[in-house]
Design a protein. Structure first.
Length: 186
């Protein structure tokens, strides 16, 4: 499964792809896309109380229904503050959330659970491994920060940075390209 860095990069890709118009580029829209990209991992919190962060991981928060509900919540909150960007914020929040689900869906490793993609219609777990990102592992919560910071996670993290970070760089470059062309033609 991807690391939090990989999921944040996924949310960044959603933001960059979904804000081609200047009027949608705002801190609020970026925040909702990034928050959406990590929101499904809120299911780690109940596990903290019983000492096993992974006890409830890949639960209903890793479904398309949760992504839609998260987008709806963002819409309700955003329209109170800025009507102009409420729909775009909600859309990118839902897509950021869906990007997390999709990244986990394509990163299932042997012997682990998939994601309940179609919950509440089905509790079946779906997923397969494209083996793009490697095997980022979380240790026992009693290890503190060392449950995540470990040599075994360096390679998967570098793969995420290469693949997802490369996509972020490509989207940033694509945005700048028309500006460079118009400057050179004048």
């Amino acid at each position: 499964m991807p690391s939090p860095v990989g999921h944040i990069l996924g949310g960044t890709i959603v933001y960059l792809a979904g804000t081609s118009e200047q009027r949608y580029r705002s801190g609020w829209v970026l925040m909702t896309a990034l928050l959406g990209s990590i929101a499904p991992d809120i299911d780690f919190l109940p596990g903290l109380f019983i000492g096993d962060m992974r006890a409830f991981h890949h639960g209903i928060t890793h479904s398309i229904a949760f992504a839609l509900a998260f987008g709806a919540l963002v819409f309700v909150v955003a329209r109170r503050y800025d009507q102009a960007i409420a729909r775009r914020s909600a859309l990118l929040a839902a897509l950021g959330c869906a990007s997390h689900v999709i990244l986990d869906f394509v990163s299932v490793r042997a012997g682990t659970r998939g994601v309940p993609l179609l919950w509440p219609y089905s509790t079946e777990l779906f997923g397969f491994s494209l083996q793009l990102f490697g095997d980022f592992r979380y240790g026992d919560i009693s290890e503190g920060i060392w449950s995540v910071v470990r040599w075994a996670n360096v390679s998967p993290l570098l793969r995420e940075l290469l693949i997802l970070g490369g996509a972020v760089i490509a989207l940033l470059w694509k945005r700048r390209l028309p500006l460079l062309r118009s400057d050179t033609q004048q």
